[in-house]
Design a protein around this ligand. Structure first.
Ligand code: AMP
Length: 414
């Protein structure tokens, strides 16, 4: 019987070398922007207690209801591959007593996340995110800084032409009062709503704003807006965030229908979209989560953060990311000394020159062809002596020893 062909699981992908290089370059640029803003690298485990996400992200969210990769370990504990980063960071903040550090604590992370979603372009079951969290202050400048930081990171990644949507969800109390109003509106229009929205009037009425269903959309056009129902404090906070963004020259659309798929958000929420991405247009987003740390057993700790999808950034990027300088290629003539060639390539690399060695048994002619494919700047042919061929000028000359070859190669960079 023929064995089943082995493939990467649905919704996952291999990072092939060209893409690997772009990811590395994005990582480098992201780290440089994040460092400049005072954020420090941070890592949490790829799996956590299932409870953390149920309590942190929210039982009524799509993520917790339908999208988690949950499994039992050998000890019968329920674990879940992390679907997002904030809950783990908040857990770690509590666990390590980080409220005792000078506040705010500013962290960034990069790594794999897992959601059991319907796989399509730009939407995967394993994807990578870069994200930040700033914990321990409710200062509106942190909200503005987070947004600015993501805007700058996207710019550095070659993602231009983004739209920034911005809203405030208010604090929990104001929101609870508003949600009652919204539920009343939905009940009044129950007949017009999609079945899914109708079934979730109690659990998650905000999702009605997200619906594609025509009747629901019509009913929502006249719905009360959260932004018109904020407390004076929330209003003031949001006005300050906007003023800071205005001052920094960041343009945005205040969008009262902006709903994020996680329960922990309070006050500021935002999302960057790129028209280049089609249906999955979200590149990154986040907001304030002033109640989460306390909810997970820590002290009352206001915080703000965002996450952006690496694959989406790369899909939307118009910039050239990465690439190394052209190499020096070390070829071996028929009967040439392979050990001398190995010594030469080693010396070149030690001297910081990117270089490659013939390692596939090619003829000299085949090697020169291969050097062309690699776009080599120069070829060193090791025979009785070493011949140095400059691929730019076509000029060829003998060199007396490895040291001289290294000096010439370094001269190429000068
Ligand atoms: P979220 O945590 O849902 O706000 O997601 C933040 C960002 O992560 C999104 O804007 C996307 O760029 C990315 N993202 C979320 N889910 C996926 C997925 N299933 N596949 C690829 N990227 C994703």
């Amino acid at each position: 019987m023929a064995e089943r062909k082995l493939q990467a699981p649905r919704g996952t992908f291999d990072v092939l070398p060209d893409d690997g290089q772009r990811r590395r370059e994005l990582y480098r640029r992201a780290g440089s922007v994040l460092g400049r803003y005072g954020y420090r690298p941070f890592e949490t485990p790829v799996f956590e207690d299932t409870d953390l996400f149920a309590r942190g992200v929210g039982e009524s969210t799509d993520i917790v209801r339908k999208e988690m990769f949950t499994f039992e370990d050998r000890g019968g504990r329920s674990l879940t591959l992390r679907p997002e980063g904030t809950a783990g960071v908040a857990r770690a903040y509590v666990e390590h007593g980080m409220h005792k550090l000078p506040q705010p604590v500013k962290l960034w992370y990069w790594g794999p996340f897992f959601r059991h979603e319907r796989a399509q372009a730009g939407r995967y079951r394993q994807f990578a995110q870069v994200g930040t969290e700033a914990l321990g202050s409710d200062d509106p400048s942190l909200d503005a800084e987070s947004i600015l930081l993501l805007a700058e990171l996207l710019e550095a990644a070659g993602v231009h032409q983004v739209r920034l949507r911005l809203a405030s969800l208010g604090s929990f109390d104001a929101r609870a009062a508003y949600l009652d109003k919204l539920r009343a509106h939905l009940r009044e229009h129950e007949d017009e709503l999609s079945e899914e929205v109708r079934g979730r009037i109690d659990a998650n009425p905000l999702r009605a704003f997200d619906a594609d269903h025509e009747g629901t959309r019509a009913a929502m056009a006249g719905a009360p807006q959260l932004l018109d129902n904020l407390s004076p404090d929330d209003d003031e906070h949001f006005a300050e965030v906007r003023a800071l963004l205005d001052g920094a020259g960041v343009s945005y659309d205040v969008d009262p229908t902006l709903v994020r798929g996680l329960d922990y958000y309070t006050r500021t929420v935002f999302e960057f979209e790129s028209a280049k991405l089609g249906a999955q247009s979200g590149v990154g987003g986040g907001g304030r989560y002033d109640g989460l740390v306390e909810q997970l057993g820590g002290p009352a700790t206001p915080a703000v953060g965002w996450a952006a999808g690496i694959e989406r950034i790369l899909l939307a990027s118009e910039g050239k990311l990465g690439g190394f300088p052209a190499p020096v290629y070390v070829a071996v003539a028929d009967g040439g000394d392979r050990r001398e060639a190995f010594r030469l390539v080693t010396a070149l690399r030690e001297a910081g020159v990117r270089s490659e060695l013939e390692q596939a048994g090619r003829s000299l002619k085949g090697q020169l062809k291969h050097a062309g494919r690699l776009d080599a700047r120069a070829v060193a042919i090791v025979g009785d002596s070493i011949e140095w061929k400059d691929m730019g000028t076509g000029e060829q000359r003998p060199v007396t020893n490895i040291l001289e070859a290294v000096r010439i190669a370094q001269g190429l960079d000068a």
